[in-house]
Write a protein that binds this ligand. Structure first.
Ligand code: 1PZ
Length: 215
């Protein structure tokens, strides 16, 4: 496959990486979590350059986590659970205001984690909607119910403008490279519960440790 091919998004690939995310004892592997996000960014990029400001931020956060994962303390970053423990035990997290650890793994992952909730809500809408439903509406409803609460006005505004240029549902399903719409819908039926489980496990961990509002 050439470079063009590598960039091509496939929903199956994202589904596979999210499947690999959970260990037997329901720990979340950071490597696969990040790989799932890489797949989603590919998808976003295939929708056009209007989404560049979104994918840029996601890529930036992915890269921060990958740097920890491949860094000298990489073994502490194997799972989200071990990362949280390591960073908290070693006071590597700014807990109440930004200070000397503005790019902790914990706060960086929290941003992607919140976006994962948006994704879950959006894909569930996409799965259950009819052919003539507007993706822009599904997208902004999902956003307003989740991620938007954590964004300042200017980001909400920009996101709202980007949603308006999303392709219609048929074209959108096509970009997922799965096959006919029924097949995409079936695959979404598999993907959404998986994404939801990864989200829930992370959410509970962060809630237990009081990390849901990290600056
Ligand atoms: C299919 C359409 C895609 C719509 C994506 C919906 C999400 C809109 C998010 C807009 C984010 C804009 C830019 C960056 C914002 C950052 O300020 C925040 C907070 O980070 P901080 O400033 O605290 O470091 N970043 C985020 O909230 C993470 C956003 C990641 C979004 C990834 C979306 C991936 C979409 C996958 C498509 C299937």
């Amino acid at each position: 496959a050439g470079p063009q091919e590598d960039q091509k998004f496939c929903l199956q690939e994202v589904l596979d990486t999210f499947k690999l995310c959970l260990s037997e004892k329901k720990d979340v592997y950071l490597e696969h979590y990040v790989a799932g996000w890489r797949g989603l960014v590919k998808f976003l990029n295939s929708l056009g350059s209007v989404f560049g400001f979104i994918s840029k931020d996601a890529v930036n956060k992915i890269n921060i986590l990958v740097t920890y994962l491949h860094g000298e303390n990489g073994s502490q970053y194997v799972t989200v659970q071990s990362m949280v423990k390591y960073e908290l035990d070693n006071e590597l997290v700014d807990l109440t205001k930004r200070g000397s650890h503005p790019e902790s793994g914990c706060r960086t992952l929290l941003r992607l984690h919140r976006a994962l909730r948006w994704l879950e809500l959006f894909l569930e809408r996409l799965r259950t909607s009819s052919e003539d439903s507007k993706t822009s509406v599904m997208c902004s409803e999902a956003y307003n119910e989740s991620l938007s609460q954590h964004h300042p006005w200017v980001v909400r505004k920009a996101a709202g403008m980007a949603f308006c240029v999303l392709p219609g549902r048929p074209a959108f399903l096509e970009v997922m490279n799965v096959g006919p719409p029924e097949q995409v819908v079936a695959m979404l039926g598999e993907a959404v519960p998986l994404i939801s489980e990864v989200y829930q496990i992370t959410e509970e961990l962060y809630a237990q440790q009081n990390l849901l509002d990290l600056p």
